[in-house]
Design a protein around this ligand. Structure first.
Ligand code: FES
Length: 158
């Protein structure tokens, strides 16, 4: 099915385009708007962005495949990122990840059967001083204990 941004998001894209020197420069924010609406960047989304910004589809695809923030496959309702870079690793990120894997019955990159949670690993999320930490959608949870992780997972699964 062809993709199109909602009228509201399309107006937002118009505003974004006014702030950028070229349409090409607005490719990343345009893709973010599309992902916010669609959950992931499908071939149809790439075609729409390519058309809207007058860019070759290969350019848009190159951006999508370069940045890990863009989902190239359907994902769960919530995305849970476990930071695994050294400061978090030294403060228990491995245990946090293992705990999430056990509780959810999935490995990083997978989505729970009910479609609620996609588990991901991330490189430094710039919150090293509050390690270990995770990001759920756009929210940070910091200085985590496994009990706190349980409460977060309970909430996401309810
Ligand atoms: S290492 Fe985890 S936030 Fe920086």
């Amino acid at each position: 099915m062809p993709f199109a941004l909602s009228p509201e998001r399309d107006r937002e894209l118009d505003e974004i385009l006014k702030r950028y020197p070229t349409k090409m420069a607005a490719c990343i924010p345009a893709l973010h708007l599309c992902q916010d609406q669609n959950g992931w960047i499908s071939e149809e989304v790439i075609a729409w962005v390519s058309n809207r910004l007058d860019l070759p589809p290969a350019h848009v695809k190159g951006v999508v495949t370069f940045y890990t923030l863009f989902n190239q496959h359907p994902v769960g309702k919530h995305q849970l990122w476990v930071c695994r870079t050294l400061p978090c690793a030294l403060r228990g990120a491995g245990e946090v990840l293992e705990h999430c894997e056990k509780r959810l019955g999935i490995k990083p990159g997978e989505t729970t059967a009910d479609g609620k949670i996609t588990l991901r690993t991330a490189e430094c999320l710039a919150s090293c001083g509050t390690a270990p930490m995770i990001q759920v959608d756009k929210e940070y949870y910091e200085n985590l204990t496994l009990e706190q992780v349980d409460r977060i997972l309970d909430k996401l699964q309810s």
